[in-house]
Design a protein around this ligand. Structure first.
Ligand code: PA5
Length: 403
């Protein structure tokens, strides 16, 4: 990975602003070597177990062999990581078997009716994921598909085709797993949803999509070497916030990173958006959005800074008109936009990964988790709780009981 936190920033950040946070940042970085429970996703040896990894790979192979379609049911942190990885690490128009379909991310009966119609003649398996085992959207959709499966298959066959991923022993999902004999994969209790990308919550769906989870984990482990850069990134975000920048535009020039940006948005928004603080994350798919939001960024209310996620090596071809590859043209556009936006008082933090592969995304995921945690500590909020999300979950529960 490479970082440029200088070229498209320097005019806008003063040395005194950096000095103000240096000491606090050193203290925060120190937390990562102290083996704190809340940071156990960083200390990977504490939860990525070889036995569990082997089990996931074997189980995934079995399900792939018997399925035309695999449904992944989950929401929020328990789903966003796998959606991100499966989109980023597959070709744009992949039609191979099994097809992976995500459900449980909304309550659209239109979508569910159409998906059941689509699945009618197909062999289907399910991985349902919920750390708490009780999230309303996930349970509602799972219960619907569970009954559908029992109508379609024998009890024995359903048992073979459903895998539950949860951390809670008293949640409803654990109850179904025990009662019906489903395979059960574990999310460690201390890891909150958006930091669970290195657990079975994301690893098993990745294995179902035949992605290399060993290389992904290796990348994440090696990504820890970027702790310093993650700290600088967190500090610059904090400085921009003090300067009145309230929105961070995550800009991509490769549309298949779209879900990855959704995951990044979730990690930052849910970690630091507390106590009336935090920076609102926004997705920018370039060059498309340069023709709409680009106007606002260049000349509108100067509340935005950008973070570009660039891919160094992509497949490409020569464009005769420019005597250059399309990929190099794309990179030239990236740089030109950063220059233009800097002139419009919008600084850019530039992050480059090697390629569209598991190892690179493992590094990138670790980088963003470290920086989101550090950024939250710099805002003096707890990165690992989500009282706002819990609030709405409770309200739904109350109102549904009153129906
Ligand atoms: O990051 C989080 O903690 C949340 O987004 C959760 O992942 C989300 O609310 C789903 O929760 P659960 O996995 O318990 O179903």
């Amino acid at each position: 990975m490479e970082f440029d936190f200088n070229t498209y920033v320097k005019k806008l950040v003063q040395k005194e602003e950096i000095d103000q946070y240096s000491q606090e940042l050193d203290h925060i970085k120190g937390k990562f070597s102290r083996g704190l429970n809340e940071l156990c996703w960083y200390d990977m040896n504490r939860y990525v177990d070889n036995q569990e990894l082997k089990k996931m790979i074997t189980l995934a192979k079995e399900l792939r062999n018997i399925s035309d379609v695999i449904l992944i049911i989950g929401i929020g942190g328990s789903s966003m990581g796998s959606q991100a990885m499966i989109q980023a690490l597959n070709p744009y128009f992949k039609k191979s078997k099994p097809e992976i379909i995500f459900v449980g991310t909304d309550l659209s009966s239109e979508y569910l009716i159409d998906s059941q119609k689509y699945l009618m003649e197909k062999d289907v398996s399910i991985n349902v994921i919920s750390k708490s085992g009780n999230t309303m959207e996930v349970l509602t959709v799972f219960e619907l598909f569970q009954s559908w499966m029992y109508k379609k298959y024998s009890d024995e066959e359903v048992k073979r085709r459903i895998v539950v991923t949860t951390s809670s022993y008293d949640g409803k999902l654990a109850y179904y797993a025990t009662k019906n004999g489903y395979e059960n994969l574990h999310i460690p209790n201390v890891i909150s949803g958006r930091y669970s990308i290195l657990t079975a919550a994301t690893l098993f769906p990745m294995a179902l999509a035949n992605l290399d989870i060993v290389s992904f984990l290796k990348g994440a482990k090696e990504g820890r070497m970027y702790l310093n850069q993650a700290g600088i990134y967190a500090m610059l975000r904090r400085i921009f916030f003090e300067q009145g920048k309230r929105v961070e535009g995550f800009a991509i020039y490769e549309p298949k990173l779209s879900k990855f940006v959704e995951w990044t948005k979730q990690v930052f928004a849910e970690s630091e958006g507390k106590d009336k603080k935090g920076i609102l994350p926004m997705k920018l798919i370039y060059t498309r959005d340069l023709h709409s939001l680009g106007q606002f960024i260049q000349e509108g209310n100067p509340i935005i800074f950008e973070t570009v996620i660039s891919i160094d090596r992509t497949r490409t071809f020569q464009v005769d008109k420019y005597k250059e590859t399309l990929s190099n043209i794309n990179h030239t556009v990236e740089k030109s936009v950063c220059q233009a936006h800097l002139e419009g008082n919008c600084p850019t933090l530039f992050i480059k990964i090697d390629g569209l592969d598991e190892h690179s995304f493992g590094e990138l995921a670790m980088f963003f988790m470290m920086s989101a945690a550090m950024s939250s500590y710099l805002f003096h909020v707890n990165p690992f709780d989500q009282p706002g999300v819990t609030k709405y979950k409770e309200m739904i529960g109350q109102n549904l009981r009153n129906l």
